[in-house]
Design a protein around this ligand. Structure first.
Ligand code: NAP
Length: 314
């Protein structure tokens, strides 16, 4: 069994930042990631609100995170943590390749997964015209008619990217106002993306591949069938909280991991940071995740050294 001071689970902005701080504080640190370093940002397009970068593609920012972990000699394990339990003062972790690890403190930064619409056709046509990631799949829809579902920043940035590839893009949203940023809405208008508002999708139809989305008007309840060869579902994310449940950490009613301002959960030595906490004041941005990662690292340091937060001088 390999031993570390700190195990960080998840290598998105929160986890990477936490690892940078713990490793630089001479705490031996392992980061577990089951996909790519960068986490959810590797599935986004242009990031224009990360200080230091006018504009950087999400996957490129992930590569920069990865390089920084290597520069600091943080141990990276591309394995999925499948179980965690507290054993005495330490935590024991097992991964999907059968390896076992021990750590004095754990920082959970597992983020979230794509929320599903849970409507007929969604599972059936997944990968057959339905995608949750425009960054990953946009080139497959060159010169096709596509629909993006959602009204947050993910849906808006997806529609923008798709407008570069596709014959037509319709943005279907269940309300008249968008949750996402006004600047993106303006860019979509300039790209002539059609807004289909006040309509909630109720079914995705197709034969071998997707052929249409049936959407219901939120007021009149009238149903409209909108033809499309591609459907991008971008309706938010659900917290990946199974490890928090295993270790007995308290969750919020929405399923996020409860934590105080020091990122301490209800389990001593088990900290949480990033989207898994529901965000800082409900804001889920790269910089807020990074901030939570930094604070979680400081708290892990204090916990391991049995120091007071006042003694930590960042
Ligand atoms: P989000 O902000 O939670 O938005 C989800 C959208 O999906 C909302 O517009 C919501 O409608 C809609 N929706 C939810 N359930 C639905 C359903 N069953 N049927 C139809 N529509 C449904 O999620 P997100 O856009 O994925 O963004 C998540 C976080 O990441 C946000 O904080 C966002 O700012 C951030 N983000 C930032 C960037 C960036 O800055 N570059 C890029 C991507 C994401 P309502 O509005 O009616 O609730």
């Amino acid at each position: 069994m390999e031993n570390f001071d700190v195990a960080v689970i998840g290598a998105g902005p929160a986890g990477v930042t936490a690892a940078i701080y713990t490793q630089r504080n001479n705490l031996s640190t392992v980061v577990f990631e089951h996909k790519l370093v960068g986490g959810a940002i590797t599935t986004t397009t242009a990031v224009e609100n990360a200080p230091g970068f006018d504009s950087i593609q999400g996957p490129d920012l992930g590569v920069k995170y990865d390089g920084q972990l290597d520069f600091l000699k943080v141990v990276k394990k591309f394995e999925s943590v499948t179980s965690i339990k507290k054993s005495g003062a330490a935590f024991e972790l097992a991964t999907d390749n059968g390896a076992a690890y021990q750590a004095k403190a754990v920082i959970l930064a597992t983020g979230s997964e794509y929320r599903k619409l849970k409507i007929p056709g969604e599972e059936e046509f997944k990968g057959k015209g339905i995608s949750f990631c425009a960054t990953c799949d946009a080139p497959f829809f060159k010169n096709k008619d596509v629909i993006v579902i959602g009204g947050g920043n993910t849906a808006l940035t997806s529609a923008l990217l798709l407008s570069e590839h596709c014959k037509s893009v319709k943005l279907v949203h269940r309300r008249p106002e968008f949750r996402g940023e006004a600047v993106l809405v303006q860019q979509l208008r300039e790209k002539k993306v059609e807004f289909v508002l006040n309509k909630a999708p109720v079914e995705i139809k197709g034969d071998k591949f997707v052929t249409s989305v049936v959407a219901e008007d939120m007021i009149t309840k009238e149903k409209t069938e909108i033809p499309a060869q591609g459907v991008f579902i971008n309706v938010g994310f659900e917290p990946l909280n199974s490890l928090a449940k295993q270790v007995g950490a308290q969750l919020t009613p929405e399923g996020f991991v409860g934590r105080n301002e020091r990122m301490e959960t209800s389990v001593p030595g088990f900290f949480a940071a990033g989207d898994i906490t529901g965000g800082m004041a409900n804001v889920k941005q790269i910089v807020t995740s990074e901030a939570e990662g930094c604070v979680a690292a400081a708290s892990a340091y204090a916990y391991i050294k049995k120091a007071s937060m006042k003694d930590i001088n960042y």
